[in-house]
Design a protein around this ligand. Structure first.
Ligand code: HPA
Length: 248
């Protein structure tokens, strides 16, 4: 099967010896690292671009998703670092979100600029792909896996104030800057999409000052587990149950 993998941090261990492909789209070019992994064809994109420097509000989300679509990919697993807004979700935990809230402000959110198309968002994450991720996560201590959660996307690039987190935490569990519009565009392309969120910190007000390095440090610490989870999910992909994501 062909699987799309999107990440904002480096996981060179997964893409070592991969083939680099530049995919041209209507929105610009996207660099994809292609590799056979666990008997599947894996297409990897770093959402922050080739040099990994593009900030969340400037990511070319439309090119990234269209590039995967044009490679005939049906399933996307996307990896995120997030802040936790709940005392029950701790740094180093994993969350497989089931819903999201969009608090972005200035992004291109759609492929349908000139069409009156309204995509249903009752199940933004593919239930079958989520289930597969959750099953794969069983190799990790149960207390550290949260099988549900609401991901609130902020515009960034600044972090939130503690009053914002206080407000958001009434409605969502984790906060990050990059799920939207990636997930919306994947839905518009009728692709199955699920997210593996790595909690890199407690959100503003729940811990002292947050430094950018801290976000990548947790990811690096958790990398062996993340790689294991992803490999297991890719290996199990053939067991994925049917879903309705591909129906228009
Ligand atoms: N806020 C927003 N985005 C993030 C955070 C956070 O606390 N941690 C990682 N990405």
């Amino acid at each position: 099967m062909k699987i799309g993998l999107i990440c904002g941090q480096e996981i060179n261990e997964l893409i070592n010896d991969s083939e680099e492909i530049i995919v041209e789209t209507n929105y610009g070019n996207t660099l994809i690292n292609f590799k056979k992994l666990e008997n599947n064809d894996v297409f990897f994109i770093n959402r922050h671009g080739e040099n990994k420097k593009i900030p969340p509000h400037n990511i070319n989300y439309r090119a990234n998703i269209q590039a995967l679509k044009s490679c005939n990919i049906e399933n996307i697993i996307s990896i995120f670092t997030v802040g936790s807004m709940k005392k029950t979700i701790l740094t180093g935990d994993f969350v497989i979100p089931n819903d999201f809230i969009d608090f972005t402000k200035s992004r291109c959110l759609t492929y349908f600029e000139n069409d009156r198309v309204h995509i249903d968002m009752n199940n933004p994450f593919c239930p079958s792909l989520r289930k597969l991720l959750i099953e794969s996560c069983k190799i990790v201590d149960d207390k550290k896996i949260h099988n549900r959660g609401v991901y609130l996307t902020t515009e960034g690039p600044r972090l939130e104030t503690s009053s914002e987190i206080n407000l958001f935490s009434n409605y969502a569990d984790i906060v990050g800057m990059t799920l939207v519009p990636e997930i919306i565009l994947a839905r518009e392309q009728n692709m199955c999409y699920a997210a593996l969120c790595v909690v890199s910190n407690m959100a503003a007000g729940l811990q002292n000052e947050l430094k950018t390095d801290e976000i990548s440090k947790t990811f690096i610490d958790k990398k062996p587990v993340i790689i294991n989870l992803i490999k297991k999910s890719i290996k199990n992909m053939e067991n994925k149950k049917k879903c309705k994501c591909n129906k228009k």
